[in-house]
Structures are given as structure tokens and as C-alpha cells.
Design a protein around this ligand. Structure first.
Ligand code: ADP
Ligand code: MG
Ligand code: MG
Length: 304
């Protein structure tokens, strides 16, 4: 079981005199759990998500973002040595964070022409697996391996089926399985990335990407925004499948209570002014729906 632990996180906009946005966020998400992070516009939810992803627009001024792993988190065949079970994500590149099992939304590589979803997803999966091998490589073996690798064709869209990558046929099967789990139409996968997916289709693709990459923890920022009710139900069913079928922990950032009717959270948190001001169970989301955020603010500042 993996645990994402955010401790006393402070951050500001990374520029001269940049505004302070996060003022001591504490939050812990374990694989298999569903957390909803709510809060008014401008409270810092997206900033926190982007910092977990390693977005360069923000500078962390205090606190930590840790990932704790346990043996078995990457399957029975992948050994995680004791000295590589806790990672400070803030020291890692975004692709290294992804390789350790953190998923953050769908980065549309709009600049790539003529690439189908299926090729993009296979490339993303192979890049993740390769990066993970590198992170867990024995440090003293690294030099030799790197020498051997010189001369390889590293073209991301080709892939050499002999070097531990998921090949075309194997991937096709994985994709079919995942799409069936998510109840998605298979023709999706053969569309081109830049072929104008609708807003709802992009959200479904985001869930599909998480299904393929099988992250320990997925951070989904406003995946419910702009969805009609049918699409909201499809996307919700997909999110539930991520948890139920592969044990992904979900940090669902949302402004509205609506999606929580379909993706029932184990824990609900309210962010106010750059801090998690209150946490509770699913009933907290209902209270927020009825009463808004002001009562939380009053409660917090009265006792402060
Ligand atoms: P939320 O997702 O909760 O609505 P955000 O994290 O997007 O809130 O934003 C929190 C606050 O930080 C807002 O006041 C926003 O304007 C400000 N902010 C976020 N990113 C930047 C940035 N790159 N430059 C300047 N201000 C920013
Ligand atoms: Mg936001
Ligand atoms: Mg690398």
C-alpha cells in the first residue's frame, strides 16, 4: 500500500515577490481510499495538485511531499528495497513522480501530429516502466548499463519489443481489458490525439490513461467540470473502477458536491485560504452543499 503524505506544505508563486498560496497543507491519501478535496475558488486546490505534479510555476517554501511505498506496490515481481521505500517527491522530476505511481491528469501532447490514443498510451506506459527501472537500478550498476544503452533506438513511438517494453500485441490486449472495465467504446483508442475530443471525451481519456498506468495515487482536478449527467456517470464509474479493480487511491478535487453522489468519498476535506481547514466523512460534503463554506470559515477562525 502506498501513502502520499503532504506535510505542512507552504508555497508561493515562483517569481519576484510572488504571492503566497499554500499556508501549511496537511493531507494523507493511501492507495484504495477515495478523498474529496473541496473548497471555494481560489483556495489553493489546483496549486496543490500542480505542486504534487512538479509544476515549475510554484516554489515550495516549507514542508514536504512524501511517498511511502511497501513491498508489493509494483506487483509481486518487483522488489522495492528497504532504502527505497520513502521518496521526497519535491526532489524528483515530474516523470519520476509518475514512475513511482503518482498520476496527475492528462497532459495533452497537442504538438504531436498523427498519433493515435493507443500509441500515445502505450508510449506513456513504456516511458513509466523504463523510468521506474532507472529509479530502482542498483546505483553501482548504473554506469555499465548506460554504456550498453548507447546506440539504442530511443525513438519514443517505435519501441523495441526485446528491451522489456510492452509490445503492440500485448498492449492491445491490456487496452481492451481496461476499456471493457471502464465500459468505454473501443473506437476511442484509434482516434488521433488532436482529432478534437469533446470535453467529456477528454475526461474519459484521463480516466483511461489512469487505468493503463495503474497509479498508486491519482489526483483528479475538477474532472467533473462541464460534464452532462450521462458523461458524469460514465466518468464516475471509471473512477470507481480505478479504486475497485486496481486499488488506486483517489484525490478528487471538486468544487461541487454532485460527483460525490456517484464517487462516494471515504474522506472529505475543505481547503480554505491555502490550508486544509476541516476534514470529515461523506456527510461533510452534504453539509457543504446545504450550507456553503462560510460556516467552516467561521468555525475555523473562531477557534483559532
Ligand atoms: P483553486 O483551484 O482552489 O480555485 P488555485 O490554486 O487555482 O485555487 O489558486 C489559488 C490562488 O492562487 C488564486 O488566488 C490564484 O489567482 C492564485 N494563483 C494560482 N496560480 C498562480 C500563478 N501562477 N500566478 C499568480 N497567481 C496564482
Ligand atoms: Mg482549481
Ligand atoms: Mg531518467
Amino acid at each position: 500500500m502506498a501513502t502520499l503524505e503532504i506535510k505542512n506544505l507552504h508555497a508561493e508563486v515562483a517569481e519576484e515577490g510572488g504571492e503566497t498560496i499554500l499556508r501549511g497543507v496537511d493531507l494523507e491519501v493511501k492507495s484504495g481510499e477515495i478523498h474529496a478535496l473541496m473548497g471555494p475558488n481560489g483556495s489553493g486546490k489546483s496549486t496543490m495538485a500542480k505542486i504534487i505534479a512538479g509544476h515549475p510555476a510554484y516554489e515550495v517554501t516549507d514542508g514536504e511531499v512524501l511517498l511511502h511505498l511497501e513491498e508489493g506496490d509494483f506487483g509481486d515481481d518487483f522488489e522495492i528495497p528497504e532504502d527505497k521505500r520513502t521518496w521526497n517527491l519535491l526532489d524528483l522530476e515530474p516523470n519520476e513522480r509518475a514512475a513511482l505511481g503518482i498520476f496527475l491528469g492528462f497532459q495533452y501532447p497537442a504538438e504531436i501530429e498523427g498519433v493515435t490514443m493507443v500509441n500515445f498510451l502505450r508510449t506513456a506506459l513504456n516511458a513509466k516502466l523504463e523510468e521506474r527501472e532507472e529509479l530502482f537500478e542498483d546505483d553501482d550498476e548504473t554506469d555499465d548499463e548506460e554504456e550498453e544503452e548507447v546506440g539504442y533506438d530511443t525513438s519514443p513511438m517505435e519501441g523495441n519489443p526485446d528491451d522489456g517494453e510492452v509490445g503492440v500485441a500485448e498492449f492491445q490486449q491490456l487496452l481492451q481489458e481496461k476499456m471493457a472495465q471502464l465500459d468505454m467504446d473501443e473506437k476511442f483508442a484509434h482516434r488521433y490525439l488532436n482529432a478534437g475530443f469533446s470535453g467529456g471525451e477528454k475526461k474519459q481519456n484521463e480516466v483511461l490513461q489512469a487505468a493503463i498506468l495503474e497509479p498508486s495515487i491519482a489526483v483528479l482536478d475538477e474532472i467533473d467540470s462541464g460534464l452532462d449527467i450521462d458523461r458524469l456517470q460514465d466518468v464516475s464509474q471509471g473512477i470507481n473502477a480505478l479504486r475497485d479493480e486496481q486499488g488506486t487511491g483517489i484525490l478528487q478535487i471538486t468544487h461541487y458536491q454532485r460527483i460525490l453522489d456517484y464517487v462516494e468519498p471515504d474522506h472529505v476535506h475543505v481547503m480554505l485560504d491555502g490550508k486544509v481547514a476541516k476534514s470529515g466523512d461523506a456527510s461533510l460534503a452534504e453539509d457543504l452543499e446545504d450550507k456553503g463554506y462560510d460556516w467552516v470559515r467561521e468555525e475555523v477562525y473562531e477557534t483559532a
